[in-house]
Design a protein around this ligand. Structure first.
Ligand code: NAP
Length: 293
């Protein structure tokens, strides 16, 4: 039962009706026997400042932030974690007695997907497809992990050049898809474009057999469908694949760790638990090719 002691957390975004987060976090609180509740609020940008003042002064222990507010929320926070500052986007906020601190657990979740599979990132050669907000977070996260080289692919050279300038870190280079001569050099290829999800189902941003080698890992940030054409083709050519559910699930687990610093979340709440909840609530399809549930 929600009562006067219940810790409150919410999601701020628009739209939020189909978000997985309330399912994931409310199930986590139940499993960990924590008196907390997670709600999703559809909020417009012009209301953000007022809403944050409200969260600060009420018993909210924090919030998640999703599209379109990951950047626009930043001026209203009291402090921003260094990594989130570098990325230029916040998806998790902790309320420390009226002091709001923002983090980016999207990138933590993405990197954790590799740790979980014991895939090392140091000195690896990476291809990132697309130049949107997700590409930027991932490029910065990978560079901070010590990857050797990133090529970022865009449909236009101007966009990939602008992207590289904006990232402002060493080791990242602009490319266009036309510049991709069949290349065996990439150890990891990440699809950060919407190609593969609605309305682009059944399409792939490129043919995985044209890029990488036998050990190359193919990662698609898309989680619906669980296996995109890009991942299907990679899997059928014997390559390792990871879908966007890993990033989504692990960003949620990192957020829980920030909100509940005294709780050992890692020992009580795992990827398999989240998949089970999402399948049980018909939020994702059963029997994803790459997952156990
Ligand atoms: P976005 O800004 O809408 O698009 C990313 C980039 O994709 C664009 O900058 C564009 O790059 C390229 N692109 C767009 N339409 C295209 C098309 N028709 N053909 C080829 N390339 C196209 O998206 P985002 O916010 O960065 O997110 C990217 C993907 O990651 C989305 O599918 C999103 O759902 C997913 N995502 C997943 C998670 C997770 O937790 N798993 C978290 C965040 C995002 P160019 O114009 O330079 O080619």
């Amino acid at each position: 039962m929600i009562n006067g002691n219940t810790k409150l957390i919410c999601l701020l975004g628009s739209p939020v009706a189909h978000s997985f987060s309330p399912y994931m976090h409310n199930a986590a609180f139940e499993k960990m026997e924590i008196d907390a509740s997670y709600m999703a609020f559809d909020v417009k940008t012009e209301a953000l400042e007022t809403i944050l003042l409200g969260l600060k002064t009420m018993s909210f222990i924090g919030c998640n932030v999703t599209s379109p507010h990951k950047l626009s929320i930043m001026p209203f926070l009291d402090e921003i974690d260094e990594k989130a500052k570098l990325i230029g986007a916040v998806n998790t906020v902790v309320n420390h007695d009226g002091h709001l601190k923002g983090y980016n657990t999207d990138v933590d979740g993405f990197i954790e997907s590799f740790y979980q599979k014991q895939i090392t990132l140091k000195d690896k050669k990476i291809a990132i497809l697309g130049t949107g907000g997700a590409s930027k977070a991932i490029a910065i996260g990978l560079l901070l992990e010590g990857v050797g080289h990133i090529d970022v692919f865009s449909r236009t050279l101007k966009k990939s050049k602008d992207f590289v300038e904006e990232v402002r870190l060493k080791g990242i280079y602009p490319k266009t898809y036309e510049l991709l001569s069949d290349s065996k050099a990439y150890d990891i290829v990440v699809n950060c474009t919407p190609i593969g999800m609605h309305p682009y189902e059944g399409q792939t941003p490129l043919d995985p057999s044209r890029i990488g080698h036998d050990e190359t890992v193919f990662y698609d940030l898309i989680y619906n469908p669980r296996e995109t054409k890009f991942l299907e083709l990679a899997r059928k050519s014997g390559r390792e694949t990871i879908n966007g559910l890993d990033m989504l699930i692990f960003q949620g687990i990192y957020a829980l760790k920030y909100w509940l610093p005294g709780i050992n979340v890692d020992t009580m709440w795992h990827k398999e638990d989240v998949l089970e909840v999402l399948v049980a609530n018909n939020v994702i399809e059963k029997n994803g090719v790459n997952d156990e549930v």
